[in-house]
Design a protein around this ligand. Structure first.
Ligand SMILES: Cc1cc2nc3c(=O)[nH]c(=O)nc-3n(C[C@H](O)[C@H](O)[C@H](O)COP(=O)(O)O)c2cc1C
Length: 189
């Protein structure tokens, strides 16, 4: 059974990321082993850029927080699914800190700069925006997802649902739910 790690990067517990976390969990039930990591309930410190992680050749970090504890799962899962709002045209701050911490997978002695144990993993980003522009936000998400290649995520898929300011309104958007169904199938494939 595939191991899928869901990163929920919203603070709104009644919001769209939480609604789709449940939706994806139902779609993937019995087909994948799901772990949800809700960043809003976790401690993910900024990267110290101390380069202590460059003195080794397996992913690790000298900080002792919830990101460091998650490293083995990030390294061994089959796929990562990020559910998150767009904040000021970008990744929300805690998710950006999460991305920065994947520096602990970077190894300058490797030809592909990665010390990830697995380099065949998939990453999907399903984002929500109050307004848009959805096409530009999709590009922004895609560009950021490509940075996860250092942690071994080498194929990516992005979707942004616009006009989603109202908490839970995603459940009334058939086209966006269809995109979620397609993303779930892609993650399982
Ligand atoms: C600090 C902050 C910044 C935001 N910036 C944007 C933005 O730049 N563009 C946009 O379309 N929506 C923006 N929004 C709206 C959220 O993206 C939108 O409400 C989203 O559906 C929230 O997802 P959630 O319910 O999963 O938390 C912002 C919301 C907050 C709180």
């Amino acid at each position: 059974m595939k191991k899928i790690l869901i990163i929920n990067a919203s603070k709104r517990k009644n919001g769209n990321s939480y609604a789709l976390e449940q939706y994806f969990a139902e779609k993937l039930a019995g087909k994948a082993e799901i772990t949800a990591f809700r960043i809003g309930e976790k401690a993910v410190n900024p990267c110290l850029a101390c380069d202590a992680c460059k003195k080794q050749h397996t992913p690790n970090c000298i900080q002792r927080d919830d990101f460091t504890a998650l490293i083995p799962q990030i390294d061994s899962c089959d796929a990562l699914l990020i559910l998150a709002p767009v904040h000021w045209d970008q990744f929300p701050a805690q998710l950006k800190a999460f991305l920065d911490r994947t520096y602990s997978f970077m190894d300058f002695t490797q030809s592909d700069f990665s010390m990830a144990g697995r380099k065949d993993k998939k990453i999907a980003g399903y984002f929500f925006a109050g307004f848009g522009p959805v096409d530009i936000y999709t590009q922004m998400v895609d560009t950021n997802l490509k940075n996860f290649a250092i942690a071994g995520f080498r194929t990516e898929k992005a979707h942004v649902a616009g006009n989603a300011n109202v908490p839970g309104s995603i459940m009334e958007k058939p086209d966006d739910l269809k995109a979620a169904d397609e993303m779930a199938a892609w993650l399982l494939d």
